[in-house]
Design a protein around this ligand. Structure first.
Ligand code: URA
Length: 214
């Protein structure tokens, strides 16, 4: 006979999926979105299983993410996928999301130039991120870059000072760690520092996986 836990788990997951869908709809329906959100194709929420032990938080959707409506599917996402595989982390078992849910850009002819979210953008989307975290309920969050770090910490912190630190918690009490954003690795000018920094990034991910028991 199936256990009570087995009976309730799928229903819990269905409730969580419904709560995430409601959160998406709530954001779509907001009439006080930052002005740039009107230029974006769609809000991009996270992807991955409810209850994933590890939740990765990036900055905001980029050009390809905005078009596809999925996080980390562009060049930074491809680098992240490679690093996750090297760290022994299955992306399919990890929840991947962003601090800011709309692509912020300025149009330049046919191109859309990425703009970094400011403190106001981060604060605007933070309640949505906090609720997404509460629904997914990961054991450990990983901030990829400064925007995610500010969103998770709820205050400005630097990657240099927080990278490698254990014991950090969001104001809501969820443990998190910080590492660099994969786009930073793509921008490094020389091959030697790119290779070195990439290895550090993989090591950060591996250590996060162990800490999360993932
Ligand atoms: N950069 C991010 O921070 N998030 C994405 O989804 C893609 C690129």
């Amino acid at each position: 006979m199936p256990s009570a836990a087995a009976d309730t788990a799928p229903a819990d997951d269905r409730n969580a999926e419904a709560a995430l869908a409601a959160l998406r709809e709530e954001l779509r329906g907001r009439n006080d979105l930052p002005p740039y959100a009107a230029l974006a194709t769609q809000p991009v929420f996270g992807e991955g299983p409810i209850g994933a032990p590890l939740m990765l938080v990036g900055e905001q959707p980029g050009d390809e993410e905005d078009r596809q409506g999925r996080p980390f599917v562009g060049p930074a996402g491809r680098l992240l996928d490679r690093a996750l595989a090297e760290a022994g982390i299955e992306r399919a078992k990890t929840y991947v999301t962003n601090a800011v849910k709309h692509f912020k850009f300025v149009p330049r002819g046919k191109r859309r130039l990425h703009q970094s979210p400011d403190a106001g953008d981060i604060a605007y989307y933070r309640p949505f991120l906090v609720r997404e975290i509460a629904i997914v309920h990961p054991r450990l969050l990983v901030a990829l870059g400064a925007t995610a770090l500010r969103a998770l910490a709820g205050r400005p912190l630097t990657i240099t000072r927080t990278r490698g630190l254990d014991g950090l918690r969001t104001p809501e009490g969820v443990p998190f760690r910080a590492t660099v954003h994969p786009s930073y690795l793509l921008r490094l000018p020389d091959a030697e520092s790119a290779a070195r920094e990439y290895e550090r990034f993989v090591a950060d991910l591996r250590s996060a996986k162990e800490a999360a028991g993932a």
